[in-house]
Design a protein around this ligand. Structure first.
Ligand SMILES: [Zn+2]
Length: 256
């Protein structure tokens, strides 16, 4: 793929990096990434991936922009309250980089549509706020052999990992850590637990960095480890994640 003159300018700060260069930029422009959730994590993810020139962004969200979202969901604006989040996010992406193709999926990810959606993209970034979606993506991405960059938020901290369990030993999946989803009523969401908005920005931005690294094939993947951020303690911590040989998703046993 030949870069246009406008692209040489737009991506100049990528092109001068040995780790990206013209070849890497062309790879980003050809890439298709599915972002699940256009909320607190999805906002910085979409904005940075669009700015970086990730050529096609799929956005899944069945929600509409609400005033209470704007404290952290920076892809949306006061003027777009009431609009579908996927449509609002499309406008945000277009304002930064009109050459990005945006595919909107104003639907809730479920068992019936997850395999189809995952199949259409090279990589999935999970910015959802619920366990049902997390487990659906864990299983679907493993089955499809697609990398999953997943994050989770708490009021003052966040977690991030990349799951590539199809690579075998040393590469666990989310189910290796937590085999089954906890009951929904035990899980606090932003709506009920609250969150310091900028914490979502930190984790969503880290998630964008990891997505770009995976697409470019540079640096050290988070696969096999979990990166944890403690905002009040102003600290990061990275721990190894073991692969569970009896994992129902990625263990050696019968597939689910
Ligand atoms: Zn597993």
């Amino acid at each position: 793929m030949e870069l246009t003159e406008a692209q040489f300018h737009r991506y100049a700060r990528h092109l001068i990096l040995d780790e990206v260069g013209e070849e890497g930029q062309a790879r980003l422009l050809a890439a298709r990434v599915l972002v699940v959730g256009a909320g607190g994590l999805g906002s910085p993810l979409l904005l940075y991936l669009a700015a970086a020139g990730v050529g096609t962004l799929g956005i899944v969200d069945d929600d509409r922009v609400d005033l209470t979202n704007l404290q952290r969901q920076i892809a949306h604006t006061t003027a777009r309250i009431g609009m579908e989040k996927v449509a609002s996010a499309r406008q945000a992406v277009a304002a930064i980089n009109p050459e990005i193709r945006v595919e909107t999926h104003p639907t809730r990810l479920d068992a019936a549509n997850v395999a189809d959606l995952v199949a259409r993209y090279d990589l999935v970034a999970d910015g959802s706020d619920n366990f049902a979606t997390r487990y659906l993506l864990t299983d679907a991405c493993f089955a499809a052999g697609k990398p999953l960059v997943a994050a989770a938020l708490a009021p003052f901290d966040g977690q991030l990992s990349t799951f590539k369990p199809y690579l075998g030993a040393g590469h666990p999946c989310y189910r290796c850590l937590f085999r089954e989803a906890p009951p929904p009523d035990l899980v606090p969401r932003c709506e009920t637990a609250g969150i310091l908005g900028a914490v979502a920005g930190v984790i969503g931005t880290l998630q964008a960095v990891e997505v770009l690294k995976e697409l470019l094939g540079i640096g050290e993947s988070l696969s096999g480890t979990l990166l944890m951020y403690d905002a009040l303690g102003a600290s990061f911590h990275r721990v190894k994640l073991p692969k569970d040989p009896d994992c129902p998703t990625c263990g050696g046993g019968a597939p689910r």
